[in-house]
Design a protein around this ligand. Structure first.
Ligand SMILES: [Zn+2]
Length: 422
């Protein structure tokens, strides 16, 4: 992309330089594939320039490096490419049948990669963020447009880290604001891009970025940075605090988007149980079921009854008692039999068979990093996962295994999965 002033002489000079470059290097600019875009040039002069250099006129908006370019404010429809790409991922068959662990990987790698490219350059409008967040929810919870699904964990808590009971999926709107704060930091400290240096010298010669008022004649990018500055000041409480906090979002002399995101995101109470689930020794698929079981957010029959949905509340494993997370983990005779067999194999004798107590016992046992404690913790996580799977087999596929068969299945799969991981 080449920029010139809106005069014929300036454009002719650039055309001459391109010809000179071609004569030296042999690299010719393809004028048939090139277009000229004008801003603030009258139609007579525009036509004169086009005739002189032999280019056709292009129309706004056009895309450069995948991002929309427009001389005035970008409208919501100009963000359609990113919405369509996320929609394409959500609708792909390969993603539909993944477990929560796999879907989180897709959200944090493929979808986040797409969004991050746009978030680094543009402040996405609220309605675009809402549409993409809706698509992310569809992907994670596994429902289609127009359908509804009853879920027991809200999206805000899912976006929090493991230690706060979430699944570490980034909040798009807040991540976008943290990215925009990077530009504000560059304006304050300099040493950024050519663009920030140019704005600093031309617009901010005698004033600070904190004092610059938002004007209609400012470019979309500058308006985005100034809008984020307002959000940051409101979040921090005052301008002085905002300036101090921005300075703390630094790692080794560079702006840390992660630190800014952590400061902006909502906080949820931490719990030792949740910190225990954070252990990388646990398999991802086990982590998700364990976290939902600890928070009593699994879709058990008692949850549906509490919301007024009429279903038969009977445990599929023992077929005697009402189903609830407390009963499944581990008051049920079936789950007790599986857990007792596991404890016998491990040489343990524990009386308190509540899931939270067991996980806390593993987490607090010393020495913390001893392989035995880690092994106990991941075994309890695996039992929780296999019991939930057995419950779903019985409920949705009308298949069932005896506790002894289930124990054998658990040992072989559990050991094999960990051998594959380490
Ligand atoms: Zn039961």
């Amino acid at each position: 992309m080449v920029f010139t002033r809106g005069y014929l002489q300036s454009v002719q000079k650039v055309a001459e330089i391109l010809k000179l470059f071609a004569s030296w290097s042999g690299l010719n600019a393809n004028f048939e594939k090139s277009e000229a875009y004008f801003g603030g040039v009258n139609s007579a002069l525009k036509q004169h320039i086009l005739n002189a250099i032999g280019l056709k006129e292009g129309s706004f908006p056009f895309r450069y490096l995948g991002l929309p370019i427009h001389p005035s404010r970008l409208t919501s429809t100009m963000y359609d490419p990113i919405v369509q790409k996320v929609q394409h991922l959500v609708c792909s068959c390969a993603v539909k049948f993944l477990a929560y662990a796999g879907k989180t990987e897709v959200l944090n790698s493929m979808v986040f990669g797409l969004e991050n490219f746009w978030c680094g350059s543009l402040l996405l409008p609220q309605n675009v963020c809402a549409i993409i967040t809706k698509l992310r929810k569809q992907l994670f919870w596994g429902y289609q447009e127009g359908q509804r699904k009853l879920v027991f964990k809200d999206w805000a808590s899912i976006s929090s880290p493991w230690s706060e009971g979430g699944f570490q999926i980034k909040n798009l709107a807040i991540w976008n604001q943290a990215n925009m704060l990077k530009w504000l930091w560059h304006f304050v400290h300099g040493c950024g891009s050519i663009w920030t240096d140019w704005i600093r010298h031309d617009f901010l010669a005698n004033t600070s970025i904190w004092d610059l008022q938002i004007h209609e004649y400012h470019s979309e990018s500058l308006r985005n940075v100034l809008t984020t500055r307002e959000i940051w000041v409101i979040h921090c409480g005052s301008r002085q605090k905002a300036m101090d906090m921005l300075d703390t979002c630094t790692t080794k002399g560079k702006f840390s988007i992660g630190k800014a995101y952590n400061f902006l995101r909502p906080r949820f109470p931490t719990h030792a149980c949740y910190r225990a689930v954070q252990d990388p020794f646990l398999l991802s698929r086990h982590k998700f079921t364990l976290m939902l079981a600890l928070q009593r957010k699994l879709a058990t029959a008692d949850q549906f009854c509490r919301r007024g949905i009429s279903i038969v509340n009977r445990c599929c494993l023992c077929k005697q008692h009402a189903e609830s997370p407390r009963h499944l983990f581990f008051q049920c005779t079936y789950s007790k039999a599986v857990l007792s067999s596991l404890f016998t194999w491990m040489g343990l004798q524990l009386r308190d068979l509540q899931l939270r107590s067991l996980i806390l016992w593993c987490h607090r046992s010393k020495p913390k990093k001893h392989w035995r404690n880690k092994w106990f913790k991941c075994s309890i996580a695996a039992v929780t996962y296999y019991l939930w799977r057995e419950r779903n087999y019985r409920l949705f596929e009308d298949k069932e295994r005896q506790a002894s068969v289930s124990v054998f299945y658990f040992y072989t799969n559990h050991l094999l999965l960990h051998m594959m991981k380490y």
